[in-house]
Design a protein. Sequence first.
Length: 848
Amino acid sequence: MKKILIIVCTFFILKVYSQKIERSLNDCNWTFKNKDDSLWHPAKVPGTIHTDLLENKLIPDPFFGTNEKGLHWIDSGSWQYQCFFDISPNEFAKNHIELQFKGLDTYASVYLNGRLILVADNMFRSWATDIKQQAIPGKNKLNIVFESAVLKGQMLAKKLAYTLPGEDKVFTRKAQYQYGWDWGPRFVTCGIWQSVLLTCWNKARLVSIQSIQKTLNDTIAELQFKCEIESDNEDRFYIAISNIVSSHGTPFTKFYTIQTKKGRTTYSFDYKIQKPKRWWCNGLGKANLYTFNVALDDNNTQFDSKQITIGLRTIELINEKDSIGTSFYFKLNGIPVFMRGANYIPQDNFIPRVNKAAYKTIIKNAADANMNMLRVWGGGIYEKDDFYEACDKNGILVWQDFMFACAMYPGDSNFIQNVAAEAKEQVHRLRNHPCIALWCGNNEITEGWQNWGWQKQYNYSKKDSTEIADNNTYIFDHLIKDIVINNDGSRPYWSSSPSIGWGHNESYSNGDSHYWGVWWGMEPFEKYTTKTGRFVSEYGFQGMPNISALSKVGLFKNNSNNEIDSAVLKAHQKHPKGYETITAYMLRDYKLPKNNIEHFAYISQLLQADGMRIAIEAHRRRKPYCMGTMYWQLNDCWPVTSWSTIDYYNNYKASHYQVIRSYKNVILSVTEDKDSIYIYAISDQLQNIEKAELSIQLAKLTGQKQWSKRIAVKIEANASKVIVALPKDILKGNDLNNLYLNSTLTIPGIDSIKANSIHYFVKPKALQLKKARYTITENNCDSTQCFTITADALMKNVMIKIDGLETNLSDNYMDLLPNEPKTIYLPKSLNVKELKNKIKLLSLIDTY
Ligand code: BMA
């Protein structure tokens, strides 16, 4: 008996002795102070210096009013963080005690019990060090000193004989938008921006797992798992790989034996999945995912385990010479897919405030808007895991920029080594995600260097100019490209977006294009129809945030500042000519509202929505010439007037409702020339619609039908086609200012409308709108909450507001046709009966 007990105890002790212990040090009562102060204050990890100062009421809200200006002192200081944590006897007994910082922003010196253990200089890398030598059993003191990135940038810049475009910030590997952007304030923050982990382990551990898809067809997926294992000695272990998602068949484990070497070695294991379910992007099918558990064992003990989630799909970028120029489109699982998406920027200036729920919400919003791709733009951050997990689940492909934007970067060896380590780490972290579709070297560096007049502005000598160009060519055409090829190899690499600037005609026939003739070039929206690239990865127009967002940051604090030229409004517009540009475009299409900021904000949103509609429809009509439309920009990092379609508080602007409509799988789009009206059906569906009915009606704004027609049509799969061309004779005898054309596509036997388009023949300001009478009725709509609005004349751009409530609705800012009821759905959690009296409508005529 005693013997058995000894064996059991030894086994148990051995097992405990061997198992890895991993825990977070986020909650070990962190404190912070200015380096020159003596008083410590409570801090949050992950966090930033700005949010810690705010929580301790040491600064006002950085986003409120004009506060930004008064807070720049923070970025020139040095800040210190500190915490005490215990190391238990069990932890201390391990051979390895590793301290890992998932993210330090940016220039940090880390001390453990007074000894320097780590120096960090890149926000985009994680930092780990073994502290076995410096740690003590019991209480340990961890101290981190952050130096000013602004001062560090200045110091590094001085080492160069010339100034680089982008100036001091380009020397610092930290989110470039923190230095201010044309939609973002300048808060060059610092802090422990991601989690801190303590890992204690013995004998061996799993460092990383890469899943490589060797073969994929309907019967089989052949995978290879590459596991990097760190081992103290030559030893024998088992690797157990289990498919743990029961919806993909019985969970099943495969065992492999390995003989380790001392140090880090990568081992490969083959794994087969029968009848694989492919991962599809939103709109084309289910985003099927497979989760695997990988365990490292010997006969008795599990030393380590990790989970990875993958999707089985092929992704290709088709970038080939053709009769037009050079194509740029993606094939997913062998099928050319038109990308409908947006550019994404960080959701806050202070990233640690963005939690998992916020990531889920924004990606759900993108999926609900019928998007299938987002571009993670190069002036922000490589997003957190939560972002990519949400994209994997929602079928949102990701165009991933490396974090370089609108500037030229240095080429000294420290910088290059730092960038190489960063790129490698990020490719390793993200390469298992099925959502990642493309790696892109940077945003607008080729474009900037060739077209923005930098050579003249900075008066470079020939030698300096060549050096700057060569350094950047090296970074983006060699260094990062090779890292992608060697560490991923399954996705395409594109060195700079766009490859050609919008001032050159070739940009419309080659590669991806950023078309900024509208907005920056003051060209009319109609230019979107002619200046269409092969894949338009940026274009956009500003719209103000909802007035509720602006009041949160103090717009209506006192009555005197509720005008367009108030200091608060100016502070929340970062484009040098933002409001001027909005006003100039407004005058073209709308009547300028008189001294009413609420109306001005509303019309600015309509204008933005018009721009989005015109551009998206133009791009989609040109399919397959054009195979992608990604507007600038999905979201905001603070409350601001910007190109975003969703404001900082997650309110949809009019443009976002428009995007939802314009990004549907099947849409109708109407164009005119001198003699004819063309109705296009654009389908991204993979199946033909053999029998559909198109009903077309010409009516007065008050509803009197002038002309109508019904025809049977076929909608071709994955194509854009004119399904009807009507002679303009049908307009004869009508006043175009009092007319609309309503086209509706239905499928016999199915109740709901497949696609719809309302077309006007004049600008909104010329429409002879009449004040409509309307009713709002509660509806019986099964398990959801809804109400129906019916108006007796056309109501242009009805903005539904529910007093005291901020919520996104199933539709808003839409045109209501005379006597055609429109049902609006609310989130289930709301009660329409209670809210009915609070529903208010504003339409265009109310602003006259
Ligand atoms: C694009 C972006 C950003 C900028 C936007 C609007 O080109 O890459 O640099 O915010 O234009 O100006």
